[in-house]
Design a protein around this ligand. Structure first.
Ligand code: ME8
Length: 628
């Protein structure tokens, strides 16, 4: 029989931000679902990737003096790397700058234009660059973007529009007929209310920036980043490229997205598909947001947790390998919230979950069982069978788990697994194997039941903790993925592992944010370097700038002239010790005013988080000398 297919996607990530716990949590949840469906025998296709044509990118690249493509190549690889480190088992990592995707977008735009669903008009209104979103007056909150709270700008330009208004009725009808289309329920209601309040046509092109996909029949215009981005879901499964693959996997079974982008996915995307004549995705699930210690994560607050640094610090503190630490984080993110609701990442609850659920419940079950196996059977799986009562309990919990997983209720699904783990811990107390030394056959069955229970629990946690699960299943010398019973082979020796989750006697984990690597600067040509006029300068006078903690005003000599420069060195040098020193300055930097003083150049210094030094000379060289 042909396997049933399951096509799952995440949103694709903007490259202006680095991955944080919140954004990575979405990829983890999708990965959990993808692995779960594979475990259930589905033919899974899992797609994730990066959304590269945002206007912000063009601006950022310009600031760094590099080509936008170079910028996105670098930034996209950061996401890919982190997804690899977090065990995200994607089948395709799509980039919207991929050739096949660009073709899909052009084709789709052309088709909708030919159909009369895209037309030329004038757009006048607000635009948020960060979120690449057009906004109405009524959308703004205190004159700012309602999504990110950032600034918006007014724009007026000729734009192509998509006739969204035409799809108001068909969308409503579709929603009425497909109550599961958008989940959870409260999001469904939210979107249906927006549709009922009336849909206006939406702008789907920009004239003001170039980094994007040009409209095939009017290349002065660039296709709007959201129109482009949504189509990634088609490209990933071979639209226009591989008919068989596309027909097999489309429509998507699950688009997993965050609550902030529900309207794009719940309104514009289905309308685009209706316009083209393609079937709509089966389910869109909008999850909540992760906050950090009760506050919204934001770069400006500096409270964005870099998941890699977190894992590195945690693995060091808990003395576990990085893969296990990744699994613990995956477990925490899945267990701590009812999927769909907002979550609050708290160090304290992270550690208490680790200690109670993993070190205590699961870890102890493993340690106790394996040590009894060694004590009574030298580590060899006894010739026993699973106790019927336990079999029934485990099967019932498994059914519960499957039901919860099918409803994306990851946290409750894990509760069902912990039901099994706690049952088995209690089973040890009840059966008291240490009193069964003289009843070999009963003892064999008890230990066999525990091992078989552990095998089942490990299989069930495998979507959440793939690396830990694999380690345990390997140690049982049985990687059988079946949920049937009595599949452990007696006579096989179980490997004795050191504790997988050693208890953590701490309330907090120190996250070493200093390890965050500075962004590497791009290569430059010699001509760029040669533009700098670097000179040796002698400090002839120095004084602190009044009312400034950091600044010192220096009078410097370049042999044929004297200048004033201001440097942020007061925390590291006293003015007196500077007089007479020879330093290096940039002579041709445009003058800048600092605390009311014009600085005619800039001094060079070396620094890191702890140390600071002015650049000086190895041998005495006359002031004014050139540096090359
Ligand atoms: O919106 N907690 O990209 P993005 C949970 N490129 N999820 C979060 C989160 C948090 N704190 N912060 C962000 C975009 N997310 C578009 C998508 S899809 C065709 C185009 C989620 O990088 C967010 O909700 O801003 C979204 O689903 C995903 O991360 C990417 O967000």
């Amino acid at each position: 029989m042909e396997k049933e297919k399951f096509y799952i996607t995440t949103a694709i990530y903007y490259l202006n931000d680095k991955p944080h716990i919140g954004s990575v949590s979405e990829a983890i949840a999708a990965d959990v679902m993808a692995r779960y469906k594979r475990l259930r025998g589905f033919d899974v296709f899992f797609s994730t990737g990066t959304d590269e044509h945002a206007q912000k990118i063009e601006e950022r690249a310009k600031k760094e003096g590099i080509d936008p493509q170079e910028f996105v190549d670098r930034a996209s690889s950061v996401w890919k790397q982190i997804f690899n480190d977090f065990g995200i088992s994607y089948d395709r990592f799509i980039r919207t700058s991929d050739k096949d995707h660009i073709e899909v977008v052009k084709h789709f735009f052309q088709k909708l234009y030919e159909k009369g669903d895209i037309y030329l008009g004038t757009y006048e209104g607000w635009y948020c660059v960060r979120d690449a979103t057009f906004l109405k007056d009524s959308d703004l909150i205190d004159g700012k973007c309602p999504i990110c709270g950032g600034p918006v700008k007014k724009i007026k330009e000729p734009n192509y529009f998509f006739k969204l208004s035409k799809y108001e009725k068909p969308l409503l009808e579709y929603y009425e007929a497909h109550k599961d289309f958008l989940q959870p329920d409260f999001r469904y209601n939210e979107v249906i209310n927006v549709i009922k309040s009336g849909l206006q046509d939406v702008s789907v092109s920009r004239k003001s920036f170039k980094f994007g996909i040009p409209i095939p029949f009017d290349p002065d215009h660039t296709i709007y980043v959201w129109f482009d981005a949504l189509l990634n879901y088609l490209t990933s499964v071979g639209f226009l490229q591989d008919k068989e693959k596309f027909n097999h996997f489309w429509p998507a079974d699950l688009h997993l997205i965050g609550k902030d982008i529900t309207r794009f996915h719940g309104i514009i995307w289905p309308a685009m598909l209706m316009s083209y004549g393609l079937p709509l995705p089966k389910t869109i699930f909008a999850h909540g947001f992760w906050n950090l210690e009760g506050e919204k994560m934001s770069k400006s607050k500096g409270n964005v947790v870099n998941p890699s640094l977190f894992v590195e610090s945690f693995s060091g503190e808990a003395h576990i390998d990085k893969k296990t630490a990744v699994d613990v984080l995956r477990y925490y993110l899945s267990r701590e919230v009812t999927f769909g609701q907002d979550g609050n990442f708290k160090m304290e609850t992270f550690i208490s979950r680790y200690n109670s659920d993993l070190a205590n419940d699961f870890g102890n079950l493993l340690n106790r069982t394996v040590s009894m196996l060694y004590k009574y059977f030298d580590g060899y799986i006894p010739n026993g069978k699973t106790d019927p009562e336990s079999k029934e309990f485990i099967s019932k919990s498994e059914e519960e788990y499957f039901n919860k997983m099918d409803l994306f209720n990851l946290s409750q699904a894990l509760e069902s697994v912990w039901g099994i783990i706690n049952y088995l811990n209690n089973y040890i107390q009840v059966k008291q194997p240490w009193k069964l030394k003289n009843q070999r056959s009963t003892l064999s069955d008890v230990i066999y039941t525990l091992l078989e229970g552990i095998r089942h629990a490990s299989l069930l946690v495998s979507p959440f903790m793939p690396s830990v699960s694999e380690k345990i299943l390997k140690s049982l010398t049985n990687e059988e993925k079946s949920f049937n019973f009595d599949l452990l082979e007696s006579g096989n020796k179980v490997e004795k592992l050191p504790p997988i989750f050693p208890r953590l006697e701490k309330e907090k984990i120190k996250i070493d944010t200093k390890k965050e690597k500075p962004e590497e600067k791009p290569l430059i040509d010699y001509e760029d370097f040669a533009k700098l006029d670097l000179r040796v300068a002698k400090i002839i006078d120095a004084e602190k700038v009044p009312k400034s903690k950091k600044l010192i005003k220096l009078r410097i000599s370049l042999e044929d002239e004297e200048r004033t420069i201001v440097g942020g060195i007061a925390l590291h040098y006293n003015p007196e010790e500077l007089i007479g020193k020879k330093i290096i300055v940039i002579k041709n930097l445009k003058p800048r005013k600092l605390m009311g003083i014009t600085s005619q150049g800039m001094l060079l210094a070396a620094s890191n988080d702890e140390e600071f030094s002015l650049l000086s000379l190895d041998r005495d060289v006359k002031e004014g000398s050139k540096i090359s």
